[in-house]
Design a protein around this ligand. Structure first.
Ligand code: BGC
Length: 748
């Protein structure tokens, strides 16, 4: 009896101590109710503490209330290794290596939204396992110039393609309870002077070219966070930009997530408070150069914010809006008790990396069917080039990784060809011998003391008697190539590769050029080289994916997500003087006018009737496809209607293959100038030899729209439209016309 009463007393005491579960911790309550409750319990200091970094990659939660810290990570191709609390230097962990997935340019080249979901889900699982809440990616800045050092982290030149591909990536990441942070919003289209470039772009180009992928990320992908970019727009840094963040993102697109600054992209407390920034990161690195005991207290959204709140200079409602967003992020991520646990470096992730990689590889040219190379007994294959052996997951800036493993093209080819083939390797040239980025080493030392002439002689020697020569070259991830914080100096291949390729072609006509890059390169020797493969940066499984395509183990189906121009004179951004803009007198700001307006990529090529090296959307297969005549379900369409366009496509070769059928739309007559055609649909179909499929597309009024500065919205005008069905933007196979009968309707 005594024991029982003691037990009852104990229960009563603990009930008093613990009370009922507070609403914000009750996962059966709605997120908005939980936010209200948490907010009502927080002090001003606790609120402000959630709005800025507490270390290089984390921000504080509310320790008193059990709300966890946020951990961010790069992004977008794998989970970045751990750095020190206050610095970029490596923390030296031994369990922070990851699966390196192919670069986003490769993902875009698959033209396959299902593969994009697989990518997002897989990288999200790695982020989750590594206890990260926000993945800093994907990137969807439009490919305006092939010189941009960061194009490899983005999804190409076309707003429709990038929009279709970014949404599933976000959904896949976020299915893990990890937020995608879509970057770099917006107009960060080159790297040189990235903190001091003020972009001047007309409204049409802004809405038709540069914003749609971000809009899709928000409205269709429901991205939980967005990263502001470094540059300025309308003379304001974009991390605190009234028009882009308040008016566009938060008001017009109803974004309910968090705006995260790029690291060091915040410059001003007033603007950071009022112009839409929610979380400030990376403003400075340590407590020595710019801060006191805790540098983070001096961030723009830290003590200076508290001071303004204390004097009434800052409005507490604005503060609460920011904190609500951050709490919403918490309930979606680190306070979501239902989120899965993730996984790291699993066989499934390796398989995903290989699948994405080989599906994104683009067969650009294959005269005389040099490819695929099937191994035969006694066959001699010469592999030439630094990129056949160079690890590419280390380098390139913030996307640099510490991959658990990386299979080089040479190792992949060796394994695929097996013992019956004699495979010889010669380096051919020395490009970037270093194997280190930011303290992570690839373990490779590629220094070579031989002269260029000796390297060339060796390459020629091994190629002369080979049955086939595979030259693996291109760019790499060092500064001035495909690398953050710098742009390329020219479209040309570096390190004397053009001369080397010419010399190889002269001794062996069976030459395959495998271009490892995130950008278009010039190919002045193209007529002399029968086979060209675009292999991007493919991550851990690079060598296997390349070998799968080269040997025909996998039939290529990638298509270019950007134009390969023959020269920079075919790129709008380079046709009006310096693409970097002009420096202001007495001010460290570069005004950069996007003079080409909406005519970016193939839109410029079409307008000026240029013949590019390879057009946007181009990519071959080891089989061939015949397109029948396209037909439309009706001759007329109105604002409430839709139209179905179908086209029969047949595999006319003798192996299975996949074709991405592309649909472009031409507005025959419009009140404002429009591109000759615009991508508004694509479908990837897999066909067995002899098989025919009827490929169907649905056309909606929004596919006919352009931005009207007068109306301040996207509008569709009545009149004739031409649907063009093609295998690329340069290879239209059929057309069908219809009429849109409603006038000037605004579409969202
Ligand atoms: C890059 C971002 C990156 C961040 C954190 C910045 O320099 O622009 O893309 O996510 O650093 O590493």
């Amino acid at each position: 009896m005594k024991r029982l009463s003691l037990a009852l007393l104990g229960m009563a005491v603990s009930l008093c101590l613990w009370g009922e579960t507070p609403l914000y911790l009750d996962s059966s309550a709605s997120i908005e109710q939980r936010i209200d409750d948490a907010l009502s319990r927080m002090t001003i200091r606790e609120k402000v503490n959630m709005l800025h970094a507490q270390s290089k990659f984390s921000s504080a939660g509310v320790p008193r209330l059990g709300i966890p810290e946020f951990w961010t990570t790069d992004g977008p191709h794998g989970i970045r290794p751990e750095v020190l609390w206050d610095e970029w230097d490596q923390a030296g962990w031994t369990n922070d290596s990851c699966t390196a997935f192919p670069a986003l340019t490769c993902l875009a080249a698959t033209w396959n939204p299902e593969v994009s979901y697989l990518y997002g889900k897989s990288i999200g699982e790695e982020a989750r396992y590594r206890k990260k809440d926000i993945l800093l990616g994907p990137g969807v800045n439009i490919y305006r110039t092939p010189l941009n050092g960061r194009n490899f982290e983005y999804m190409g030149e076309d707003p429709y393609l990038a929009s279709q591909m970014v949404v599933p990536y976000i959904q896949g990441v976020q299915s893990n309870g990890v937020a995608a942070c879509v970057k770099h919003f917006a107009l960060n289209n080159h790297e040189v002077n990235r903190h001091t470039t003020n972009v001047i772009v007309d409204e049409r180009a802004l809405h038709e070219i540069y914003l749609p992928a971000f809009k899709a990320a928000v409205e269709k992908g429901n991205a939980w966070s967005i990263m502001g970019s470094y540059n300025l727009y309308r003379d304001q840094h974009v991390c605190h930009n009234e028009y882009l963040l308040n008016d566009m993102l938060k008001r017009d697109w109803a974004f309910d997530g968090v705006v995260v600054s790029d690291w060091g992209g915040t410059h001003n407390t007033e603007q950071a408070i009022t112009n839409g920034l929610d979380m400030e990161f990376g403003s400075w690195t340590n407590g020595l150069s710019a801060g006191a005991s805790n540098a983070y207290d001096n961030y723009y959204l830290a003590d200076p914010y508290i001071e303004r709140l204390a004097t009434g200079a800052a409005d507490e409602n604005v503060l609460n809006d920011k904190v609500r967003r951050v709490l919403r992020l918490a309930f979606r991520t680190n306070m979501n008790t239902n989120r899965p646990f993730g996984s790291l470096c699993s066989p499934e992730h390796s398989a995903a990396a290989r699948e994405i990689g080989r599906e994104g590889i683009v067969l650009l040219k294959n005269d005389g069917k040099v490819l695929p190379i099937r191994s035969e007994k006694g066959m001699k294959v010469a592999v030439i080039g630094e990129n056949a052996i160079k690890m590419m997951t280390v380098g390139g800036g913030s996307s640099s990784l510490k991959a658990r493993y990386e299979i080089s093209p040479l190792d992949g080819l060796r394994k695929a060809f097996g013992d019956k083939v004699e495979l010889v390797y010669a380096r051919g040239y020395v490009g970037d011998p270093s194997g280190e980025y930011n303290g992570v080493t690839s373990g490779q030392d590629l220094s070579d003391s031989r002269s260029a002439a000796e390297l060339l002689a060796e390459a020629i020697d091994v190629s002369r008697n080979a049955d086939v020569v595979i030259f693996v070259g291109g760019l790499n991830k060092s500064a001035g190539q495909d690398c953050e914080d710098s742009d390329r100096a020219s479209l040309e291949l570096p390190y004397g590769q053009n001369e080397l390729i010419e010399a190889l072609a002269a001794v062996n006509p069976r030459l395959v050029f495998v271009n490892v890059s995130g950008n278009a390169v010039a190919m002045p020797w193209i007529k002399k080289v029968p086979a060209v493969v675009q292999a991007w940066y493919l991550g851990s499984e690079a060598g296997n994916a390349i070998a799968d395509v080269i040997t025909g183990q996998y039939n290529p189906s990638g298509k270019l997500p950007m134009t390969f121009p023959a020269s920079l004179s075919q790129v709008g951004a380079h046709c009006f003087g310096n693409y970097l803009g002009e420096k202001r007198e007495n001010e460290n700001i570069y005004d950069c006018t996007y003079n080409e307006g909406i005519f970016v990529g193939y839109r410029w090529i079409d307008k000026h009737k240029e013949k590019p090296l390879f057009p946007f959307g181009h990519g071959l297969s080891y089989t061939t496809f015949a397109y029948g005549k396209p037909s439309a379900s009706a001759k007329r369409m109105d604002a409430a209607g839709t139209l179905t366009v179908s086209v029969p496509v047949t595999n006319t070769g003798d192996v299975d293959g996949s074709e991405t059928v592309q649909l472009y739309i031409t507005d025959v007559k419009s009140s404002l100038p429009r591109p000759e055609k615009e991508l508004k649909g694509f479908r990837k179909v897999k066909l067995a030899p002899g098989e025919t499929q009827n490929v169907e597309f649905t056309i909606l009024p929004e596919h006919l729209a352009f931005y009207s500065p007068e109306a301040g919205s996207m509008v569709t005008e009545q009149g004739k439209f031409r649907v063009k069905i093609g295998a690329s933007s340069g290879d239209i196979r059929g057309e069908v016309e219809f009429e849109f009968v409603d006038n000037a309707i605004a579409v969202r």
